[in-house]
Ligand binder design. Structure first.
Ligand SMILES: [Zn+2]
Length: 460
């Protein structure tokens, strides 16, 4: 008994004998996953849209992480017979190897599926929008990026892949929500007991800036909307031009580009530069500023005003959409979505085409989806008509319709598109289509759309 009392006394005085008790370090976030830039794109090889800039940023000591929407399981395979999910498994490795040439190893895939369409809403649905957003918010909280780089969310004449747009939509949403502790709160809660497998122990994180790169043919409306970087400068670390670092990274996407890579392998550097310059690879790299929460100028460098450390979460101001009091008609689908999206995310300045535009395959059809609203207390008759270029014909959807009181209905006008006038050309100049809505001889709305006919284009 005596010795036990002695032990207790000893343990009480030991801290005094041995000096002050040392403070124990509390655990912090895993610094190996901290990024300065988080790039969010849709498919393996899309990173090529930004790798020339990323190579420069890495030279400047920036840490880069990448999130892909899909594993790229569709399309042809130039190397072997593997297709579909097997091809996606291969392309995941190709993407990791391509980024590995730049020293980027923190790479994730959101698990979406390739969607052959220009409609961002189809891509978001096919990617399981909620699950993809939850994972991307998790990755923003894990990587704590200062800057997010992604495709510009908008619909344009171009390839304008719906998946590319979806990556820009998700990156914007995740940037605006990851700092909100009430959004996916189980991610920012800490487990109370050991091995509790549900709560994630992340912290909310507010990225400081978001920049976009467009997937559009036109360049006019993007100039002067953000910083520009020469890709011809020589990298300090690799001793090659940044465009060349980008190309040497792209070469790893063999299932998508083996024939191109084989061609490159037979060429000398001068011939490669000439060919790539003709293809636009040596053109200036241009970004569009989405938003900065730390000030700075629109065209200033990406990291202007960015300093280390967290900034407070900023909730976008809520704005109320004006609701028409009379009969009205407006475009539905992605165009309607983007109008609301820009408003919801404080992106009213983001370049977008007016009137809306799309490129479609000649000889196919154009479907114009509309919302027709009757907020009045009586049912009303509405007449829909379309003004079309010569040779374009309505196959369905025009004529007289009855709209019940206090009802918003969807309508669709289907238009047959002619073949290209000159079959040797790959596209024609864009033409304007006008939809008119009338009631009792009075106009209740006009919707315009610019449509470019092409030899080939993704479905609407
Ligand atoms: Zn792509």
């Amino acid at each position: 008994m005596k010795s036990r009392v002695m032990l207790i006394l000893l343990s009480l005085f030991l801290p005094l004998i041995g000096g002050a008790q040392e403070a124990k370090p509390l655990p912090g976030a895993d610094e190996r996953y901290k990024a300065d830039i988080l790039l969010v794109v849709a498919h393996p090889d899309d990173e090529g849209a930004a790798t020339a800039y990323l190579a420069r940023a890495i030279d400047e000591g920036k840490r880069v992480a990448v999130a892909y929407g899909t594993r790229g399981s569709s399309g042809g395979n130039e190397v072997g017979t593997e297709q579909a999910l097997a091809l996606g498994a291969i392309r995941e490795i190709e993407a990791r190897r391509a980024l590995g040439t730049l020293g980027i190893t923190n790479v994730w895939f959101l698990g979406g599926k390739d969607t052959a369409s220009q409609d961002v809403l189809q891509s978001l649905a096919n990617w399981d929008h909620g699950a993809a957003l939850e994972q991307l918010v998790r990755l923003v909280r894990l990587t704590r990026p200062e800057v997010v780089l992604t495709f510009l969310p908008g619909a344009f004449i171009g390839e304008d892949h719906g998946d590319h747009q979806a990556s820009g939509v998700l990156a914007t949403e995740a940037s605006d929500l990851a700092g909100d502790p009430t959004f996916f709160p189980s991610q920012v809660a800490v487990p109370l007991r050991r091995l509790e497998p549900y709560l994630e122990g992340l912290r909310p994180w507010q990225p400081k800036k978001i920049y976009y790169f467009p997937d559009a043919d036109r360049e006019d409306i993007f100039k002067g909307q953000g910083p520009e970087y020469s890709v011809k400068e020589i990298s300090k670390s690799s001793k090659k031009a940044y465009w060349r670092a980008s190309l040497d990274s792209f070469r790893l996407h063999e299932t998508q580009a083996k024939s191109f890579v084989d061609q490159l392998n037979k060429m000398d550097d001068a011939a490669i530069e000439k060919m790539m310059a003709a293809d636009g690879w040596t053109d200036v790299q241009r970004f569009v500023l989405g938003k900065s929460l730390v000030g700075g100028s629109v065209t200033g460098p990406v990291f202007e005003n960015v300093t280390a450390g967290a900034i407070p979460f900023r909730r976008e101001a809520f704005s109320v959409e004006a609701v028409p009091a009379e009969l009205s008609v407006k475009l539905a689908g992605p165009w309607d979505f983007y109008e609301g999206f820009r408003r919801a995310h404080g992106l009213g300045h983001l370049p977008h085409p007016e009137p809306p535009e799309i490129a479609l395959q000649a000889g196919t059809s154009l479907v114009i989806a509309l919302w027709v609203s009757n907020p009045t207390t009586a049912s009303r008759e509405v007449t829909l008509s379309a003004d079309l270029p010569a040779g374009w014909t309505v196959s369905n959807g025009t004529g007289k319709f009855v709209l019940a009181a206090r009802q918003t209905s969807s309508a669709r006008i289907e238009i047959n598109l002619p073949a290209l006038a000159d079959p040797k050309k790959t596209k024609e100049d864009a033409r304007e289509v006008t939809v008119r809505a009338e009631s009792n001889g009075q106009s209740v709305g006009v919707v315009k759309l610019r449509v470019e006919l092409r030899k080939r284009a993704l479905p609407e």
